[in-house]
Design a protein around this ligand. Structure first.
Ligand SMILES: [Zn+2]
Ligand SMILES: [Zn+2]
Length: 84
């Protein structure tokens, strides 16, 4: 599994702040991993300002990770989101 390579970097999941848990259950943003793999350098989601949340709900833009261009999540519905 690529980790810490020059193109990708492991970043803390913003939604659970690395705990892997949210709302008493497994974090849906990172699948309980606590981290997500994003392209390097990591770019914060401007929609939620890197918090992974909009109000009390998961940010739809970054799927709650707080980062854009997420390469790997445990959740199957990983999407490529490019704001540029
Ligand atoms: Zn998480
Ligand atoms: Zn976001």
């Amino acid at each position: 599994m690529p980790q810490g390579s020059e193109d990708h970097v492991e970043s803390t999941c913003a939604f659970c702040q690395g705990s892997g848990e949210a709302s008493g259950g497994q974090c849906k943003a990172c699948g309980g991993d606590g981290s997500v793999l994003v392209t390097s350098p990591p770019t914060k989601c401007s929609f939620c300002r890197g918090t992974g949340k909009v109000g009390a709900i998961r940010c739809g833009r970054c799927t709650g990770t707080g980062w854009i261009r997420v390469l790997r999540q445990m959740e199957a519905q990983t999407e490529w989101i490019d704001e540029r």
